[in-house]
Design a protein around this ligand. Structure first.
Ligand code: EPU
Length: 337
């Protein structure tokens, strides 16, 4: 284990923001993680996973611990199901591909989501009708202070839309070290009702899709709408889709009859933030090295040399404009540092 000084975090965040970590250490075992957490000389620690859900606006003074815990293990299996444990540092998409190569079903709709397996539960990643919580059994965590190991089951994680206990009351208290999933080995439950998936499958000429076909469709849809972080820096959806009361929605519908929505509860509905941002005139807008993606207004992008503060300023302008036009508050999905 080597503690490095003044390391650029550009390769470690998908926005590609060039800020520095005063101290940086990459750990690949639990004992190294505990050793790092015990260093009293640097009391502030910052845990870095895949760096796919953060906007870095300044250098990090805390000691950055880069989670590199690897390993995929089959814990148990029956004729129909398999229980798999993955280390927190496993790349999420590579893990999905590993499961598909073994014909294990359940996470094919979550193909191509950037980030690591260990951070996936924090915001309960979701796409095309599936959320992590649908296949999650439990995760192992280490208490940052006592170094005790604990297990959180699905219900203890209190998963919600892009939400879990690790974003709320237990924020920054624990470090997730591995995640256990329940996947299917046969009679896979397919989720292709999400409009874009069924039309992509027909375009591909597929009538009876396999889980591998669904993954291919999802990859094709995501690649056509979302910028590849290795080409254009971004963090996926920058904002959450806002939930508004039905009363509020009815008023908006009078003014904007074409406004889309998805049901959320008996008294509220969800509006795609991408639609609000596009309607507010920001889609495809470029300001120097940063802007709003031309194909999906929910994604803010770094064309190369943007600073985190520039992107944050743009995010605030979008929030203020959307609020002024629609009286709707946009909450960021990305963590701002
Ligand atoms: N829309 C626009 N303009 C835009 C973008 C979207 O009008 O520029 C409207 C369209 O009406 C479209 C609707 O928004 O039909 C929904 O768009 P899309 O299917 O792309 O989904 P989304 O609501 O924008 C959410 C997730 C994505 C996830 C997709 C597919 C959030 C914040 N985002 O986006 O997640 O991939 O659904 O399930 O919930 C992510 O979290 O990083 C992410 C990419």
């Amino acid at each position: 284990m080597q503690i490095l000084e003044n390391i650029s975090l550009k390769p470690y965040n998908t926005f590609g923001i060039d800020v520095k970590a005063r101290l940086f250490v990459s750990i690949d075992s639990i004992s190294e993680l505990k050793e790092c957490l015990s260093i009293q000389e640097y009391p502030h620690k910052f845990i870095l996973g895949g760096g796919s859900n953060i906007l870095l606006t300044k250098d990090i003074e805390a000691m950055v611990i880069h989670m590199n815990l690897r390993g995929i293990t089959v814990i148990s299996e029956t004729e129909s199901h398999v229980v798999i444990k993955a280390g927190a540092g496993e790349n999420w998409h590579e893990f999905v591909m590993w499961c598909l190569n073994n014909d294990y079903g359940g996470i094919e709709n979550l193909s191509l989501i950037p980030g690591n397996t260990g951070t996936a539960p924090i915001q309960n990643i979701g796409a095309y009708g599936v959320e992590l919580k649908d296949v999650f059994i439990e995760c192992t965590v280490i208490d940052r202070i006592s170094l005790e190991t604990k297990t959180f089951t699905n219900s203890q994680c209190k998963f919600g839309y892009r939400d879990s206990i690790f974003k709320g009351s237990h924020r920054n208290k624990y470090i997730i070290t591995d995640v256990t999933f329940n996947l299917t080995k046969k009679n896979h439950e397919l989720h292709c009702s999400y409009g874009a998936i069924s039309s992509k499958l027909s375009e591909m000429g597929v009538n009876n899709p396999t889980i591998q076909d669904i993954s291919k469709a999802v990859i094709a849809i995501r690649s056509s709408k979302l910028p590849n972080p290795s080409e254009i820096g971004n963090s996926g959806s920058f904002f959450k889709n806002p939930v508004v009361s039905l009363d509020h929605f009815d008023k908006l519908k009078v003014q904007f009859p074409e406004i889309p929505n998805y049901p959320a509860s008996s008294t509220s509905t969800k509006i795609p933030a991408g639609w609000l941002i596009e309607k507010a005139g920001f889609k495809g807008k470029r300001f120097n090295a940063h802007g709003v993606h031309e194909k999906q207004a929910l994604v803010l992008v770094n064309y190369g040399s943007a600073k985190g503060e520039d992107i944050l300023k743009l995010a605030k302008l979008i929030q203020a404009t959307v609020h002024r036009i629609f009286d709707v508050s946009l909450e960021t999905e990305v963590n701002i540092l």
